[in-house]
Design a protein around this ligand. Structure first.
Ligand SMILES: Cc1ncc(COP(=O)(O)O)c(C=O)c1O
Length: 369
């Protein structure tokens, strides 16, 4: 089975993570940073017609702070808050499959601090170079993502570094929550366009999911702002890194029994984040998985749009939300999910392009086919 239909209770809680999210003033902070601008929200009219839905909005995060991905929103906010608490912190450490590590290295560098970034065995040279470009000391391990996270946590404890990890576990919740609070900026940016007062102008959101922190911040935003008037939310994971789907299947947070071989590097994660999982259960309507080929097709769809539409550069993980929508519409096996989320010709959809061509060689070989 490549999807799970959830019946969320739509409740807002009072956990540490939710309290931190409720206090976020991330947009005010982000506006003070160099290169800040509201990321563009496109309306993909031709694609909506082609797929038979009312409208598709796509928020393009590939230009965010010139980092080619949205992750700078989280790391910059968390690091700023941590430096307010302890200005003497000198080294920030993280584990990453690319985008978050680049964001930590960039955020540390703008605060004139050091960063140590551990990457798993599959991280490409281009992604490693992108982190090093911001002064990050990059160490590649012969491990998968989950093992790399454990290693970074141990090294941080041993060396007295500040661990800035975008996933949480028992006893490590505050910093991931600060990162999630930083992500809230892009939902706030849409308050003068589609996230209107009382009711949003969208019906369904497809969100690509790794450890779940980013989709959980989205879910929390819409739950907190609209409660049951919120849009339906579908999480999209790679077939080979389906931590949230497996956790729903087992009714508890688990590491999926899959081979972690996927081109969607940013989504190639194991067990979901503890605090993200708690929010996802309460406010997500479905989770589905996609194949690498679905992501490749979605990248090409955005790169080679019909007629005069705007070309969008979207990487393997960046296009996964669109890949999920296309699968729902084209694959007859998805009809139960479509009924559950009421996907039909009147649907207004929101997607995020969460990264651009973060691996240029791979991108070229995919879109130029
Ligand atoms: C491009 C991209 N999109 C989406 C995600 C998913 O975010 P999360 O791991 O918080 O679920 C990531 C995570 O690294 C990413 O790099």
């Amino acid at each position: 089975m490549d999807f799970f239909l959830n019946i969320p209770n739509n409740e807002i809680g009072n956990t540490l993570t939710e309290r931190i999210l409720a206090q976020s003033n991330s947009i005010k902070f982000h506006k003070t940073l160099p290169n800040y601008s509201n990321s563009k929200l496109f309306e993909l009219e031709n694609l909506s017609t082609e797929l038979g839905v009312d409208n598709i909005y796509l928020k393009d995060e590939s230009t965010r702070f010139n980092l080619n991905a949205f992750k700078g929103l989280g790391a910059s906010y968390a690091i700023r808050k941590l430096l307010i608490e302890d200005p003497q912190t000198s080294v920030f450490c993280t584990a990453t499959d690319g985008n978050h590590g680049k964001a930590v290295a960039w955020s540390a560098s703008i605060n004139k601090k050091k960063s140590v970034v551990y990457v798993p065995k599959d991280t490409t040279k281009e992604r490693i170079d992108a982190i090093a470009q911001y002064g990050g000391e990059v160490i590649q391990l012969d491990m998968n993502y989950e093992e790399t996270c454990n290693h970074a946590a141990k090294q941080s404890a041993l060396n007295n570094w500040m661990l800035v990890q975008d996933t949480s576990w028992d006893g490590y919740e505050k910093i991931p929550a600060l990162i999630m609070s930083g992500y809230l900026t892009h939902f706030k940016e849409m308050e003068d366009s589609i996230n209107l007062f009382q009711k949003p102008k969208i019906d369904i959101i497809f969100l690509q999911c790794g450890v779940g922190s980013w989709p959980a911040s989205c879910i929390w935003y819409y739950l907190n702002r609209y409660r049951t008037n919120r849009p339906k939310i579908v999480l999209v994971e790679p077939n080979e890194a389906s931590g949230v789907l497996s956790s729903f299947m087992h009714n508890q947070r688990v590491s999926p029994k899959v081979n972690f071989e996927t081109i969607m590097a940013g989504l190639n994660c194991g067990i979901p984040s503890k605090s993200a999982w708690e929010i996802i259960k309460k406010g997500c309507d479905a989770v589905m998985t996609i194949a690498d080929e679905d992501a490749r097709n979605a990248m090409r769809t955005l790169y080679k749009p019909k007629e005069n539409s705007k070309r969008i550069i979207s990487g393997e993980s960046g296009s996964a939300g669109l890949a999920g929508l296309i699968k729902c519409i084209k694959d007859p096996g998805m009809s139960k999910l479509n009924e559950h989320i009421e996907l039909n010709s009147k649907s207004r959809i929101l997607l995020f392009n969460t990264e651009g061509d973060t691996d240029k060689e791979s991108f070229k070989s995919i879109v130029e086919l």
